[in-house]
Design a protein around this ligand. Structure first.
Ligand code: PMV
Length: 317
């Protein structure tokens, strides 16, 4: 038997940036995301191997993180036979979006279905959270909320049922030679910032405001809150007591200046950034092409993509 699942990646509008339990991956704050139609991982799982085998885009691949995750699934769900896991990533490396959200969501969905378990998305989100926190949100289409919770059972994501709206994301990839600080390490450092407790507090208020903005289809407000939340997250990295750092490059700063300029011209454009230098610009479908052409004119080497709101996990059968 084989089972194929497709999960789309998501961009956090209210970020997850800190763990209160690193083993269970319980976050210090709840988070809200938008699932992206254009970027996804398609994973096929089959039970015909003598040891777990991983293939990404047809190439053998070794990942301790995925092996550990499969072992965690065996401990939690009961033992199962070795698996071949073949993933195709349609998250262009050029887009600067992490593929771990879509990868761990698709893997969790494909493995559990292959085992004949019909788990609901909340249960799946709890399992996927253990592989990558942001993956908990990728089971749902459009807007999702991951409740921080206080234990394994209470930390899960669910859909934020919202009206349809023409939201879009312009993804601007800047090239960098900087050594990457992984998200777990980045969170560990950020938590040592003297501003961390304030960030956690502000995040709770921003989460409430974001839910209201989403229900009102107010893209300007969604963007305003998301930008404030993301920039404050990146300030934590700079003000960390332990190994301060930044993901920003000169290009990142230039793009942020251009985004502010475009806003002054009347375009809807708000920036958000994750664990890297790439800037994602929250806008409307009508303004996205204008933003792309302005950025491209100012910075001809930028790689730009437009993404729109996408669906939750789906299966081939
Ligand atoms: O899911 P992880 O461990 O890759 O961490 C994701 C962290 C951010 O992308 C920066 C924020 C988020 O909520 O997705």
């Amino acid at each position: 038997m084989t089972t194929t699942a497709t999960a789309h990646t998501n961009i956090a509008l209210i970020k997850y940036w800190g763990k209160k339990d690193p083993i269970l991956n319980l976050p210090t704050t709840s988070s809200i995301s938008l699932t992206l139609n254009e970027f996804y991982t398609r994973t096929t799982v089959s039970q015909n191997a003598s040891a777990d085998e991983l293939l990404i885009n047809g190439q053998p691949f070794d990942s301790q993180r995925i092996h550990r995750f499969l072992d965690m699934l065996r401990d939690t769900l009961g033992d199962f036979a070795p698996l071949t896991v073949a993933s195709e990533n349609h998250v262009p490396t050029g887009a600067g979006l992490a593929s771990s959200a879509s990868a761990f969501a698709a893997l969790t969905g494909a493995v559990t279905r292959e085992l004949g378990l019909e788990l609901d998305n909340m249960t799946l989100s709890r399992l996927a959270r253990r592989g990558s926190g942001s993956a908990s949100r990728s089971f749902y289409g459009h807007f999702a909320i991951w409740h921080e919770g206080h234990d394994d059972a209470s930390s899960f994501a669910e859909s934020l049922h919202a009206p349809d709206m023409p939201i879009a994301l312009v993804v601007a990839e800047v090239s960098t030679a900087m050594k990457k600080v992984g998200s777990t390490e980045g969170m560990r450092r950020a938590a040592t910032s003297p501003d961390y407790a304030t960030w956690v507090q502000n995040s709770a208020a921003q989460l409430r405001d974001m839910q209201a903005a989403i229900q009102a289809s107010d893209i300007e407000k969604i963007g305003t809150i998301a930008e404030a939340n993301a920039l404050a997250m990146h300030d934590l990295n700079r003000t960390a007591r332990l190994d301060p750092f930044t993901y920003f490059t000169n290009d990142t700063t230039d793009i942020l200046t251009l985004v502010a300029d475009m806003r002054r011209q009347g375009l809807l454009a708000f920036a958000t950034l994750d664990a890297g230098p790439n800037v994602k610009i929250i806008t409307t479908q009508a303004h996205a092409p204008l933003i792309v052409s302005q950025l491209q004119a100012a910075m001809p080497d930028l790689h730009l993509e437009i993404a729109t709101s996408g669906a939750g996990i789906h299966y081939d059968d």
